[in-house]
Ligand binder design. Structure first.
Ligand code: GLY
Length: 295
């Protein structure tokens, strides 16, 4: 049996990994640890892409997307376009635990959060409003990939050999109000199955949804591929689809973890994706392999 492992997207993934690791060291379930990790990032106002301090949509409103999945039972839950509740991933977990549904959106998600006792608050900070102004959409540059953004996705393997995953984001800055990305969608931004592995994504959600990214990776692991090979397969698919559509591949990254504790990550060109890995011997920040499209 491997010891615990937790991985999380981007350099701020180190915050997530550091919050999750003590729980895993104590023998807590993977999903509890992954949620604690994501929540530490949701609470950090310096992270402009997740939770409190996340960037607004086209009218400046912060709409959060999140989901959670338990690898033992395939129980899962999500919320999309949730406003004024910072702990979107915890609300997603309540959807999983307390409703017969998988996904609640918009006002329905907010009403449910209120019933569950989550406080309403503004998620804007002076810094996030200034950053939102700076990121007003510019004309597209054909030779540059559409810029992604930085979802926190946390995947954990606990000491009982179980997998859990959580994904949380404020989505693409300046998105249309009501736009939903990959992050609350089971199979797109996250998929976790103890019998195969766990995978998650970050980047331009539309492209992750288009290839069913996380489910694709988990099914590749079920078919015998390692996490690294499976992530590369999914990125190749993103690249192939971009070539078919005659567009530059968007910034997309995937990471994966299997029940043996092996990890993998890959991204499209010019994405510079880094991810944090926590094990009993410490935390590392690694750079993912970038794959150019094959013409
Ligand atoms: N990957 C997050 C989003 O596209 O909203």
């Amino acid at each position: 049996m491997p010891d615990y492992v937790v991985i999380a997207t981007w350099p701020f993934g180190q915050t997530a990994v550091k919050a999750a690791a003590p729980l895993l060291a104590d023998g807590k379930p993977a999903l509890d640890a992954a949620l604690a990790g994501a929540q530490a990032v949701e609470d950090d106002p310096t992270v402009f892409f997740v939770g409190y301090g996340g960037l607004g949509n086209a009218v400046g409103t912060v709409q959060l997307d999140a989901c959670v999945m338990d690898g033992k039972t395939l129980a899962c839950g999500g919320v999309a376009a949730l406003e004024n509740v910072r702990h979107a991933a915890a609300v997603a977990r309540r959807v999983m635990e307390k409703t017969p549904h998988v996904l609640l959106v918009g006002q329905g998600a907010q009403q449910f959060a209120i019933q569950e006792g989550f406080p309403l608050e503004t998620l804007l900070t002076p810094e996030s409003v200034a950053e939102w102004e700076k990121r007003r959409p510019k004309p597209k540059t054909p030779d540059k990939p559409p810029e992604g953004h930085d979802t926190v996705t946390v995947l954990a393997l606990d000491r009982r050999g179980r997998l859990g995953g959580v994904c949380s984001t404020s989505g693409l800055p300046h998105k249309l109000p009501g736009r939903v990305g990959d992050s609350p969608l089971i199979g797109a931004g996250l998929y976790v199955d103890d019998e195969a592995g766990a995978a998650g994504g970050t980047g331009v959600g539309e492209e992750i949804i288009r290839v069913g990214g996380s489910h694709l990776i988990v099914e590749a692991m079920r078919a015998g591929k390692g996490p690294q090979e499976a992530c590369e397969l999914a990125i190749r698919k993103v690249n192939q689809v971009a070539v078919r559509r005659g567009v530059h591949p968007a910034q997309v990254s995937f990471l994966a973890l299997d029940v043996k504790g092996r990890v993998g990550a890959a991204c499209t060109a010019m994405t510079n994706f880094q991810y944090a890995v926590g094990r009993p011997d410490g935390v590392q920040l690694l750079k993912a392999k970038e794959l150019e499209p094959e013409q």
